[in-house]
Design a protein around this ligand. Structure first.
Ligand code: NIG
Ligand code: FE
Length: 400
């Protein structure tokens, strides 16, 4: 954008910046949920330059009249698996007819992904990235994990790096069929040559620590190898049953333990006493008909929560952060404010980002305007496409 832009007459501006409301600012300006009514915001040079009451707004080169609509930070989707081929709608239909979800379903996507061309994978990835943007997601994480050979994982992270800076190497998603009976051999590949090939394109290392995937020692080995290569850890933990995932994540100093559906009191205490965010993925519980994670228990214990889509073809084929916010409010007993915070500032925390997830001077100008007067409409009007406009790094996105 050339010059400055003033968005005025914002009915409700969600800032996540209590400093603006007179309270202390959190990490990088992120604090608790906070908002200003009858507000205005100025964007300059890809960043937020000013926020405050509409009546005191300064002049700018261009003007957008929000006419009472709500403006929020763009959603930060900190957990997604977007590089894949194939379709598992039949598996979903069978689950809805009573079959259980199992980690092994991942293998059918692995077969399709290995068989896909680069162009085919790229087309699917870009389609999902555009879908996310239309629904207000301005930053997303993207994992590998459906290749599970050195070249297929390497091309997965390279493709992911075309669409996001938040690339996660997930070679340790499941043990592929050619390593049946030799999980140790596969872990050696994941923390050796596969890591060498993927580290240059990745910021994060992840492991699916779950019965049917990888155990605690295997997870520790993969995370340690990734850390030694400069990658930061995050963990798929406690999705299908209680287990060691959360403890492994906290021990490793992971930025996030994701899923957190089946937790012991010790897991909750460990998260509360750590810098590890609990990333809840209600799309996965929706898509597998599992009980939702107990967000209230985590919040009451002082755990920082992020909400993300887990967009993937198996357990959670949604790219919609508004849908996840609605589920969290309706079925996980989060307030509308807590859910919106978790989907924006919480996601930023889970990605160790201090430039996004809030709107205050200095923040990256990633913001969305709703066709609604308040953030609560995201849950109050579930399934309705409320995102009217998106700015990413100060530029208005073409939503097609
Ligand atoms: O986060 N839990 C592991 N990975 C995905 C599921 C992937 C799949 O079923 O293809 C998840 O839910
Ligand atoms: Fe996942």
């Amino acid at each position: 954008m050339a010059g400055s832009l003033l968005i005025t007459r914002i009915g409700e501006l969600v800032t996540n910046s209590p400093a603006e409301a007179g309270g202390p600012a959190g990490q990088g300006g992120q604090g608790g949920f906070a908002l200003i009514n009858d507000a205005a915001l100025v964007i300059e040079d890809e960043k937020v330059a000013w926020i405050g009451p509409s009546a005191r707004a300064p002049g700018a080169d261009a003007l957008v009249d929000a006419a009472g609509r709500a403006v929020l930070p763009g959603f930060v989707d900190s957990h997604a698996h977007l590089v894949f081929a194939g379709d598992r709608s039949a598996e979903f239909a069978a689950r809805m007819a009573g079959e259980a979800y199992a980690a092994g379903g991942i293998r059918s996507t692995v077969t399709a992904t290995r068989a896909a061309t680069n162009a085919g994978l790229r087309a699917g990835l870009h389609r999902l990235a555009a879908e996310m943007l239309r629904q207000g997601t301005t930053t997303f994480e993207c994992k590998s994990g459906y290749g599970l050979t050195v070249p297929d994982e390497a091309r997965s992270v390279a493709l992911a790096a075309e669409v996001t800076a938040e690339v996660t190497y997930l070679g340790a998603h499941v043990v592929p069929p050619e390593f049946d009976g030799d999980p140790g051999g596969y872990v050696d590949l994941v923390r050796g040559p596969m890591l060498d090939a993927c580290a240059p394109h990745s910021r994060w290392v992840d492991v699916f620590c779950e019965r049917g995937a990888f155990g605690a020692d295997e997870a520790r080995a993969v995370l340690a190898a990734g850390k030694a290569r400069g990658l930061m850890p995050r963990v798929h933990a406690n999705q299908l049953s209680q287990g060691p995932g959360v403890m492994v994540a906290v021990e490793a100093g992971a930025a996030s333990a994701d899923h957190c559906t089946f937790l012991t009191d010790a897991d909750v205490a460990a998260l509360a006493g750590s810098g590890t965010v609990a990333t809840l993925l209600p799309g996965a519980e929706f898509g597998t008909r599992q009980p939702y994670p107990d967000a209230r228990r985590l919040l009451d214990a002082g755990v920082v929560i992020a909400l993300a889509t887990d967009c993937n073809p198996g357990s959670s084929y949604t790219s919609s952060m508004p849908f996840c916010v609605a589920l969290a409010v309706r079925d996980m007993r989060m307030t509308t404010a807590e859910a919106v915070w978790a989907a924006t500032a919480g996601g930023a925390r889970a990605l160790c980002r201090t430039d996004i997830g809030y709107l205050a001077p200095g923040a990256r100008a990633d913001l969305i305007m709703l066709d609604a007067p308040s953030h609560a409409h995201l849950a109050y009007r579930p399934g309705v496409p409320l995102v009217r406009a998106v700015w990413r790094a100060g530029r208005r996105a073409d939503l097609g």
